[in-house]
Design a protein around this ligand. Structure first.
Ligand SMILES: [Zn+2]
Ligand SMILES: [Zn+2]
Length: 907
């Protein structure tokens, strides 16, 4: 490039270069990671391709390039403290990158990077240095492949190729997963850029401590999968992942010594100067403040543009903190009124053509910034004054560390973020007790948790929900959210709050889980045993499927669901539709629960009290105190009483009443429930003589006839003195009765009879079975006797010695041993070999007499030879031995072998 290029040109040149090399230019991903809950902000270009590297996602292209907006506020890469104090650290930055997904590899990545930097951008070759991986652990050796490409495929000075170890030149996604060596390109700013010239013995070097060499581009070659504990397996597909620091590149190409002097930041600094009405000298004297403001206003603009709203936790806290930090530095330039929105306008103007979400959201971004500034300005003076008092007191006592509890007080009560307090403390030569601050913060969270109801789900989200309520009150100017689950099941409302990925957002992404606050809702939130409603929210061009409801804090009913179409935004009108069929099932079960309660008291006694309940669409569950199971007669009586109340078609009504007066009228209140002064009384039956009256916040049918059928499906004990009844109504009762009939029909068909005859048929079958068993026993005994006699016929003689080898029926080895003894007794000096199949395996026993063992017969050796035929082995005494094998089918063959063995022994 011949003229001094603008940042827009530098960015476009990069994208054009890779476009021509067949790369798909993709848009920057959101700063809020879409699928990665482990990541606070997108912090590298590769974040959006993580699934591809992990092998669980694919893209329709194999080459990609982009500029990615990134945010870093903590960690080794960026300490917020450095932002503004030097020329190279930023919270928000752009990273240019090119990727190969199993496509090109080291040679192309290296030669193209070299070509772009030298031929296209025109950097001097002498100023470029590269580093290549050499394993200092010795496991992987040197990346000679990359080194060779650098030395042979580019015109770099061969002495400028250096080797570094794991810390500098090996990239890992995490403890496991894709990883590989990398090759970094460094730029030599010249000896004058060294900021350690006065340090004795200092030598400027790549990866050294001074500012002379700057890393500008990292080429990562993903070739291994780390399986854990350092075991690296080669990946089937090798990838390239590169990251080129845009702000640094722009500063180098524009020939300025600080990123802030480049056209990415300088216009913001000039604008700030003109708004503060300061001279150039004043500007240079306050340069840190100018730099912090320029950096932070970019971060605020982009964060809000991606839907992050100021909050006291998570992403919202980061936004609040950088915004307040900028405002505090603005105070040092004399700003006492909101000024950030005007600077945000300039950011949007300059960056809008690259990041179109900024101009689309311009009004929202500016309004959010100004509202947060105003909120902070209300307490800023108080906070600053209090901090000065604290420092004054410490000084008197000769101390320089501000206690953690004071820092927390400033944060929690006066809205002074920890980082701002630390800035100011450092400016006055004080330090802050960070550990003490964190401890105080944790203690407060623990207290909030201990407060019970208040922090039902606030554990993880901390103060996210209170923030949302604040937002609804302040930004949406609503006193409270109206919750009326007793009214119509369809309702017109408005979206007043959205939470996605643990942050307040202004719009919700498709296919994502979202929590929605409406200015009014008809959805029931789980309480008193009745489950939450489900349903749908229809916006102008979007739809949310509501899967559950929750009320994390009082006064904040939230619809939790998935965006199935479009992009819901705050302010959108919405039609809220409760799932009607499901809700009716729930209402039938709830009213029936009250009838069941009443019937139980009538049948079992008025001491019966409810110990818990569940009212779901498919069933109701009622737990109560009682010592014994109910009898079948009691169960029928209870069902009959409930059914009579249904058939009476009693009206069901509710009324707000004073708690005491309700109790005086005999209304049933539940144990363990807290009631306010005003309570809702649910009555079934005429008001003057109600059939049932209970305190209840649930939803009910309007007449008991709506319940339809009622059936108890189970009764059981669930603990000492607590019984549980489950029952069904309406459609559930029909389904239960039909299932019962189907089972009876199935039994009848299996028994080849009609349903009415099933019990008699079963009784007859049982009798037949008993008779059959008796007959089988008799036959078995007879069979044993006969086969025993038959076996005697099979006795042969070998050299005048009786020999029997036979297969017998025997349930176990003991039986075989007894049989062998019996034969031996009967035959005198003889050889007996019996085989049987026991548990599917062949078993053998061999027996002879002492006299024959003296003639050379050995039962152990005999049975061993037999067992070999069936793939087994065994042994034992010379006169009695046993063996087993595998192949039951060869049992006959094995017994034939017994004869040969016996003949050999008697020869
Ligand atoms: Zn140096
Ligand atoms: Zn109830």
């Amino acid at each position: 490039m011949t003229h001094r290029p603008t940042s827009d040109e530098i960015r476009q040149t990069f994208l054009d270069f890779f476009d021509e090399l067949g790369h798909t230019i993709v848009p920057s991903a959101s700063l809020v990671p879409q699928d990665d809950p482990t990541l606070l902000f997108t912090n590298a270009g590769m974040n959006q391709f993580k699934d591809v590297f992990l092998g669980i996602g694919t893209r329709p292209y194999t080459r990609a390039a982009d500029t990615q907006k990134c945010m870093r506020v903590a960690g080794k890469h960026n300490d917020l403290d450095d932002v503004g104090r030097d020329g190279t650290h930023h919270t928000l930055f752009e990273m240019l990158g090119n990727w190969s997904f199993g496509d090109y590899y080291k040679q192309e990545a290296i030669t193209w990077a070299w070509m772009l930097l030298t031929d296209v951008y025109g950097l001097e070759k002498e100023r470029l240095w590269v580093t290549v991986f050499e394993d200092d652990k010795g496991d992987l050796g040197r990346d000679e492949e990359a080194a060779t490409h650098w030395k042979q495929k580019t015109s770099i000075d061969r002495n400028h190729v250096l080797y570094f170890g794991r810390k500098d030149n090996f990239w890992e996604m995490g403890d496991t997963g894709p990883c590989g060596p990398c090759s970094e390109i460094h730029y030599d700013r010249g000896p004058e850029a060294c900021d350690m010239q006065n340090v004795p013995g200092h030598v400027c070097e790549v990866n050294g401590p001074c500012a002379r060499f700057t890393e500008i581009w990292n080429l990562v070659f993903i070739q291994y999968n780390n399986l854990g504990e350092g075991h690296l397996a080669p990946l089937p597909a090798q990838h390239v992942d590169t990251g080129l620091g845009f702000e640094r590149l722009v500063a180098i190409l524009q020939g300025v010594d600080s990123n802030y002097r480049s056209d990415l930041f300088w216009p913001l600094i000039e604008q700030t100067q003109s708004m503060a009405n300061q001279s150039d000298e004043e500007r240079e004297a306050n340069l840190t403040a100018y730099r912090v403001i320029a950096d932070h206003v970019r971060a605020c603009t982009f964060l809000i543009g991606d839907g992050v709203l100021p909050a006291n936790d998570g992403r919202g806290y980061v936004l609040r903190m950088v915004l307040r930090r900028a405002v505090r530095f603005g105070r040092r330039l004399g700003f006492t009124q909101p000024f950030m929105a005007e600077l945000a306008q300039l950011v949007i103007e300059k960056m809008g053509h690259v990041f179109p979400e900024l101009p689309q959201r311009a009004d929202f971004i500016e309004a959010t910034i100004t509202a947060e500034e105003e909120r902070f300005l209300r307490t800023l003076d108080q906070g600053l004054t209090r901090l000065e008092e604290i420092m004054g007191e410490l000084q008197v006592r000769g101390k320089t560390e501000i206690p953690g509890k004071d820092v927390f007080f400033l944060h929690d009560t006066l809205g002074l973020p920890f980082e701002v307090t630390r800035d100011i403390a450092e400016e006055h030569g004080f330090t802050v007790d960070e550990a003490g601050y964190r401890h105080a913060r944790e203690e407060q969270r623990a207290r909030a948790r201990a407060a019970g109801e208040f922090a039902l789900e606030a554990d993880e989200h901390g103060r996210l929900y209170p923030q949302l309520l604040d937002y609804v009150r302040e930004q949406q100017a609503l006193e409270s959210l109206r919750h009326d689950p007793y009214g119509p099941l369809q309702l017109q409302a408005r979206v007043v709050g959205l939470i996605q990925a643990d942050a307040l957002v202004e719009k919700a992404g498709e296919e994502e889980t979202v929590e929605v606050a409406l200015d009014r809702t008809n959805f029931y939130v789980e309480a008193g045993g009745q489950v939450s409603d489900t349903g749908r929210l229809y916006g102008p061009d979007w739809e949310i499927e509501v899967a559950e409801m929750k009320r994390p804090i009082e006064g904040l009913p939230l619809h939790v669901g998935k965006v199935v179409a479009g992009t819901p935004r705050i302010g959108d009108p919405v039609r809220a539709e409760v799932n009607t069929g499901r809700r009716w099932d729930i209402m039938r079960n709830h009213t029936a629960t009250h009838l069941l309660h009443r019937a139980l008291r009538q049948v079992l006694g008025s001491h019966i009290a409810q110990a818990g309940s569940l009212v779901a669409p498919d069933r109701l569950r009622f737990d109560y105190n009682y010592e014994r199971p109910i009898t079948p007669e009691q169960q029928e009586e209870i069902e009959r009483l409930v059914t009579e109340a249904v058939l009476a078609n009693y009206p069901v009504s509710s009324r707000q009443e004073r708690y005491r007066e309700a109790l005086e009228q005999g209304v049933i209140a539940l144990f363990g429930e807290k009631y306010g002064d005003e309570v809702r009384v649910l009555r079934v039956g005429p008001a003057e003589s109600p059939y049932s009256q209970e305190l209840c916040g649930g939803t009910h049918v309007s007449r008991t006839g709506d319940i339809g059928a009622f059936l108890i499906t189970s009764e059981s004990g669930i603990g000492a003195g607590i019984r549980r009844i489950e029952a069904v109504t309406g459609r559930g009762a029909l389904a239960a009765a039909q299932a019962l009939r189907a089972r009876e029909e199935q039994a009848a068909s299996l028994l080849e009879t009609i349903r009415e005859n099933v019990p008699q048929r079963v009784l007859r079958l049982l009798e037949e079975l008993r008779a059959a068993h008796k007959e089988i026993d008799q036959l078995n005994r007879k069979l044993a006797r006969e086969s025993f006699e038959a076996l005697l016929d099979a006795v042969q003689e070998i050299n005048d010695v009786p020999f029997l080898a036979a297969q017998v029926e025997a349930p176990e080895m003991d039986t075989m041993r007894e049989m062998a003894d019996w034969f031996r007794d009967k035959l005198g000096d003889s050889i007996i070999v019996l085989g049987a199949v026991i548990d599917g395996k062949p078993r053998f026993i061999a027996a002879t007499t002492k006299a024959l063992t003296r003639r050379g017969v050995h039962a152990g050796q005999l049975v061993k030879q037999v067992a070999q035929v069936v793939g087994g082995g065994g042994g034992g005494r010379p006169d009695m031995a046993q063996a087993g094998g595998q192949d039951a089918e060869k049992i006959e063959e094995a017994l034939a072998q017994a004869q040969k063995a016996a003949e050999a022994m008697l020869r």
